[in-house]
Design a protein around this ligand. Structure first.
Ligand code: HEC
Length: 106
């Protein structure tokens, strides 16, 4: 009986060490690089704030260039389909910004 108690005690001590060791391990992950800031201009800050919540702004830069209709469709999709919490005023400013900075003429 005494041997069993000692075995249990030793087991418990080993286990607690294992738990502490696992908790002390730090996991480091490297995120893929974000290729850059949005170009400066009116509406840049609101766009950055609203569009970076879920993903990198690389998603914007990777799109084909397009006018207001294209960008309005993108912003509306983010709001309606993916639930982006963007008020109407901000959405308008974002569409204007995107159509200007990522428009067909640039
Ligand atoms: C609530 C989260 C969320 C927010 C906020 C958000 N997006 Fe997205 N976005 C997504 C998801 C989810 C996808 C699809 C990802 C995928 O397919 O890998 C996506 C994809 C995209 C794409 C790729 C093309 C496409 O239609 O799938 C673009 C461009 C884009 N987002 C632009 C924006 C812009 C501009 C904003 C700011 C107005 C924004 N996103 C804000 C969730 C969000």
């Amino acid at each position: 009986m005494r041997t069993l108690a000692r075995a249990l005690l030793v087991g418990a001590v080993l286990l607690s060490h294992a738990v502490v060791a696992a908790a002390a391990d730090t996991v480091t992950i490297t995120l893929p690089p974000d290729h850059g800031a949005l170009p400066p201009g009116p509406g840049m800050e609101v766009t950055q704030k609203a569009c970076q919540t879920c993903h990198s702004t690389d998603y914007i830069a990777m799109q084909p260039r397009g006018g207001e209709a294209q960008w309005r469709a993108v912003v509306t999709k983010m709001i309606k389909v993916f639930g982006a919490p963007i008020p109407d005023d901000d959405a308008r400013a974002i569409v204007e910004y995107l159509a200007r900075e990522y428009g067909p003429s640039r």
